[in-house]
Design a protein around this ligand. Sequence first.
Ligand SMILES: [Fe+2]
Length: 332
Amino acid sequence: MSSTAFQFNERPASSLQPRPGESTLIEVTDYTVAGWKPPANPEDRSRWYCARLEEGQILFFAGTPYKLPADDRDCLIGVRQTSVAYHKNVSYRPREGRIHGLDRASADADRLRAIMGAYSRHVTAFAADFLRPYARGWKLDFASFRSLEERGRDLPLKQRNDLLHTDAFPTRPTNGNRILRVFTNLNPSEPRVWLTGEPFDVIAPRLAPDAGLLACAAKARSSLRPLSRLPGRLGSALGLPVPDRSPYDSFMLGFHDYLKANGAFQDSPAKSRCEFPPNSTWIVFTDSVPHAVLSGRLALEHTYIISEADLMLPEKSPRQVLEKLAGTSLRN
Ligand SMILES: [Fe+2]
């Protein structure tokens, strides 16, 4: 589908002055917690927003476009000062209804599990309506509550959130499917501040060869490759958590680390500062939009794995961009 098939009155959010080729914010004004505002055609409008995401743009809502009860919000803001303070994130696995990263002895555990479960259901209902084509084939990944202040955190380089990077999951390979994330700033008084860089299809031709794409492609073509997948297959057959990682996933994991360690990329002027105000929500493909969190605490986030088959602009997906550069398939 052409990205120019629909003409709507989108407007860039005022906090950002984008330059050509950079990721931009588009403020969504025709969807609220009550749903689509008439006279929008929800199907066409959804497809238009999906295409903007796949171009590397960030969809921004000045408010929270799904149900988030005040009691739940207050509880999350308060609980950070007790049991959560010693953990990086609290994560919630919606398919299992389980919560991780919280002190087992915490009196807040049951309440927090219930709040995260309700959050997951409500934000997913919103995303399924707002981005209709994706919901048909998506996989619900984890949700998280990010309680700690990001500014000044002392973390090893690969774990630093304040360096520009694209996302890849070591334990959950996607084989070319996409990582879509919905964030909400719960902080009642302070913005969450990001940097964003040029999208994947712009930076990959410049950086992927130096990041090891050609070696990865050679491995993908190798007749020995089936042997390299044995550990993953054996592991999953035995019920062990050994990921069956495709060449695409191996490259994307390495690219995450490469970008964080690349001083010239980090210092490049081709980046934008985004301030997400209290209660705002934003949606972004974090596997294609380089991002860094400079400051902020108290955020909710939900991840969805979007099927390649449901993309509006598959030629802009990292897998297709890389395969074009490498001249070979990088999938399992
Ligand atoms: Fe990230």
